[in-house]
Design a protein around this ligand. Sequence first.
Ligand code: G6P
Length: 369
Amino acid sequence: EQIEKNGYDHFMLKEIYEQPNVIKDTYRGRLHTDTGMIKMAGVEDNLQKFLNANRILIVACGTSWHAGLVAEYIFEEFARIPVEVEYASEFRYRNPIINKDDVVIAISQSGETADTLAAIKMAKENGAFVFGVCNVVGSSISRETHAGAYTHAGPEIGVASTKAFTTQITVLTLIALRLANAKGTLTKSDYFRYLQEMELIPQKVEEALQTNDVAQKVAAAYKDASNCLYLGRGYNFPVALEGALKLKEISYIHAEGYPAAEMKHGPIALIDEQMPVVVVAPKQEHYDKIVSNIQEIKSRSGKIIAVVTKGDTQVKDLADHVIEIPEVSDALSPLVTTIPLQLLSYHIAVMRGCNVDQPRNLAKSVTVE
Ligand code: G6P
């Protein structure tokens, strides 16, 4: 096992650090910046189905569901196709409306999650085209779906999902870009800009990994917290949800993710000097809105840990701690902003003496209801 960990203390940390490489593995051979082509056999063979879709329904559980939420923003922005993201467990039991011209995308690292598998069967029975995004080759979900695209994350051993999440987002972004190109919903220059930026993501993730020392210091300051709030807007709202999930999964600290603007409808009542609030606040659209959310936290004495773009001054002036990430466009930012949140939860869990790779009560793949 020590050999498999490759010098890292835990599989989770090893997998966090693998992300620059596995993201590259996931787009390699698919993304052709020189010709402007995106080639994925499963998409190409079924292009008309995607293009004729009235909507895309995404079904998944856990972290994969969060990747689906990121994809919702990306598909709608790039390809202008309406997207609904469903917990597979709810979808399968609530007599959902599924039409023949719906495209259902099932996302699953293991490809074995019982609820997701059941949702797929139901979608197929109702005549929908079902596309799988799985990591494990030959898994049940990859066999049950009509077509699919694998993430090339390699085996993920840590129960808390890290590299599967970022590679799922990578695959889904490629699909959205392919559809945008076919539909003409992005300008040529935006389209090419995203292709080129995609190739810079491994380097940006590498830079984001350099926040490890800062994340460790922040972890030391908040390891004894009993609650933690995670906030983000737009593309980074699902990142806040995922950050909170990572923390509760492995450190057993109660954490909640929220869209920053929803804070005023509830969570703000919880804020006092004991409450750490992690705000995902890179330079992005509506940056000024998140700055005012941060001011609201500060005026209630909450402790602010902000993920910001390198060079940021406005949030820096307000926050107790900042974690700096490189500049990245809004749509691709989840691939980068999520990294320091993974590191933060990892270090907190280690400092609390938790079993990082095998947290209590959790399973890597949930094959029963
Ligand atoms: C379990 C795992 C999570 C995972 C979820 C969905 O809860 O602990 O890490 O996100 O299942 O798994 P899947 O394999 O379908 O992505």
